[in-house]
Design a protein around this ligand. Structure first.
Ligand SMILES: [Zn+2]
Length: 258
C-alpha cells in the first residue's frame, strides 16, 4: 500500500500543471539541439502559421464575402497552435489528435481546389447529407476519384486515428518510445515531440497552400505563401506515423539509419 498521501483537488492540478510547465521548458531547451531539420521545421511552422493567421483575419484585403475559407483558416491556425502547445506539454497523443483534425480541414480545402462544385455543395447541402457526403473518408475518396492523392491519405489518417482518436484493447497512452512504455504524459519524450512536429508540418503546409489558392489574394502574396509552405515540407523530418514501425524495428535491431 502506498503510504504517501496522494494530492487531490487543486493540489493535484497544480502538480500536473507543474509537470507540464517543466516539460514545456525542457522541450524548448532541447528541441533546438536536435540536428538541423527539427529546429528548422519549428521555425518554418511559425512562418506558415503567421501567413495562416493573416489569411484568417483578412490582413491583406477583405472580399466582404461569407468568410467561409477565412474561418476554416482560423480553425487551421487554432488546431495547429493547440497541437504545438500540447507537444510542448508532453501530451503527444492529444497533439496527434489535433493533427488528425488539421488533416481533415486540409483535405477539405484540397477538395474545394480540385472540384469546384464541392464548395457550393458543402455550403448548401442539408446537415445530414453534408455529414455523410463530406465525411473524412468520402472527402478522400472524392479527391482520389479526380486522380489526385489526398494530402492526408488513408494510411496516415488511419494510423493517427488508431494512435490518438479511438481507443482499442492494445491502446497504451503516451507511449512514444521504441520500448512501448506507457505513461500519463507531462514529460519529454523525444520521439513524441519529433512525431508531433512533423505531423503538424504536413497538414499545415497543405492547408496554407490550398487555403491561399481559394482566397482572393494578389498573386505575389499567394506565391509567398506557397513558397513558405514548400519550405516547411522540405524541413519535415522522417519521424512520421507512417514510418514509425520501421524506425522502431531499426532501433530494436541496433541498425538505425544515419
Ligand atoms: Zn473579411
Amino acid at each position: 500500500m502506498n503510504e504517501r498521501e496522494a494530492p487531490e483537488g487543486l493540489a493535484f492540478l497544480r502538480e500536473i500543471w507543474g509537470q507540464e510547465d517543466s516539460c514545456e521548458a525542457a522541450t524548448d531547451r532541447e528541441l533546438p539541439r536536435w540536428g538541423t531539420k527539427a529546429p528548422a521545421c519549428l521555425t518554418q511552422i511559425g512562418t506558415v502559421l503567421s501567413f495562416v493567421d493573416r489569411m484568417a483575419s483578412c490582413w491583406w484585403a477583405c472580399d466582404q464575402g461569407d468568410h467561409m475559407i477565412q474561418y476554416l483558416c482560423g480553425r487551421v491556425e487554432s488546431n495547429a497552435r493547440a497541437a504545438l502547445r500540447l507537444l510542448r506539454f508532453g501530451l503527444y497523443d492529444e497533439s496527434l489528435l489535433m493533427c488528425g483534425s488539421l488533416g481533415e480541414i486540409a483535405n477539405l480545402l484540397q477538395l474545394f481546389c480540385v472540384e469546384k462544385e464541392a464548395r457550393e455543395q458543402w455550403t448548401t447541402l442539408s446537415e445530414d447529407k453534408r455529414k455523410k457526403e463530406f465525411s473524412p473518408v468520402n472527402v478522400r475518396i472524392r479527391i482520389e476519384q479526380l486522380g489526385t492523392s489526398p494530402l492526408v491519405a488513408k494510411d496516415r489518417y488511419g494510423l493517427l486515428s488508431q494512435m490518438a482518436a479511438h481507443v482499442q484493447p492494445d491502446t497504451k497512452p503516451q507511449s512514444h518510445n521504441h520500448a512501448g512504455v506507457p505513461s500519463v504524459g507531462g514529460f519529454l519524450q523525444g520521439e513524441g515531440a519529433l512525431l508531433c512536429l512533423n505531423e503538424i508540418a504536413r497538414p499545415l503546409s497543405g492547408a496554407a497552400t490550398f487555403g491561399a489558392a481559394l482566397l482572393d489574394l494578389e498573386s505575389e502574396i499567394k506565391e509567398q505563401i506557397y513558397s513558405a509552405a514548400r519550405d516547411l515540407v522540405k524541413t519535415t523530418g522522417g519521424v512520421v506515423v507512417t514510418e514509425l514501425e520501421n524506425l522502431h524495428q531499426h532501433i530494436r535491431e541496433g541498425s538505425l539509419p544515419n
